[in-house]
Write a protein that binds this ligand. Structure first.
Ligand code: DC
Length: 227
């Protein structure tokens, strides 16, 4: 048996603004496991492809281009730095426009194929918490624990609005809500690996829960699997 497949994985899928990133990092830290932010990979891909002027419609260009990218994560004291070809992209990838661009490139099958191995390689002992849209369905279908985080569109937009405000965002809440709706629709309706809850995932509606409550719920399930 491949050693990697014996390493336990916990997947956290769901739309934007459900708290997956923060929850995922806290769960990983409490379990002492590694953490994979798969969205960051798509964000990096999008930034680099746009800089190289390769459009989402240029399938051959994207395939060749994907072989030139070396993406690395590096843990810092309270964040995770993301590099591509030794360029630090940690800040630029976090903007809302990069998220939208990432969703566009992520709908292209050749792009998804090119990052699949990189994602699978993150499965390292003693375990992995993987956050994204297709972690439980496509990348780690044999994951031991699967969760799908959700929340009302209103709550998700408000959360994201507050996060972005701190970083100087000056757009309106209603525009942001509409942009998030379009992005989630694209992610949920693409042909390859759409964002969908795995049949064996547990759904957690985080609308009325704070981060700590979501983390505790997940940790309880992992530590008391029969509950
Ligand atoms: O989780 P995020 O907001 O950083 O993701 C940005 C975009 O990347 C998201 O809108 C769709 C895409 N994505 C994906 O298609 N599959 C994943 N596993 C993670 C992200």
């Amino acid at each position: 048996m491949n050693l990697a497949t014996t390493v336990p994985v916990l997947t956290l899928d769901g739309p934007s603004g459900t708290g997956k990133g923060t929850v995922g990092q806290l769960v990983a830290s409490q379990l002492g496991w590694h953490y994979l932010d798969s969205g960051a990979i798509y964000r990096v891909f999008a930034v680099m492809a746009e800089r190289a002027n390769i459009q989402p419609s240029d399938l051959i260009g994207l395939e060749t281009f994907s072989n030139t990218l070396v993406i690395k994560f590096e843990s810092r004291s309270n964040s995770i730095a993301v590099y591509c070809n030794d360029i630090d992209l940690s800040e630029i990838i976090r903007t809302e426009s990069t998220g939208d661009l990432a969703s566009l490139y992520a709908s292209v099958p050749v792009v998804r194929k090119s990052v699949l191995n990189l994602q699978k390689q993150q499965r390292r002992t003693p375990g992995l918490v993987a956050d994204g849209r297709d972690m439980g369905t496509t990348v780690f279908p044999d994951a031991k624990y699967k969760f799908f985080l959700n929340a009302s569109a209103e709550v998700r937009a408000e959360r994201r609005y507050k996060q972005l405000k701190v970083k100087g965002f000056d757009g309106s809440l209603s525009t942001l809500r509409e942009e998030m709706r379009l992005r989630d629709d694209r992610d949920a309706n693409r042909k390859t690996a759409p964002m969908v809850m795995a049949d064996d995932a547990k759904e957690i509606d985080t609308s009325d829960l704070n981060i700590e409550e979501v983390v505790n719920r997940i940790i309880n399930i992992v530590r008391n699997p029969t509950d």
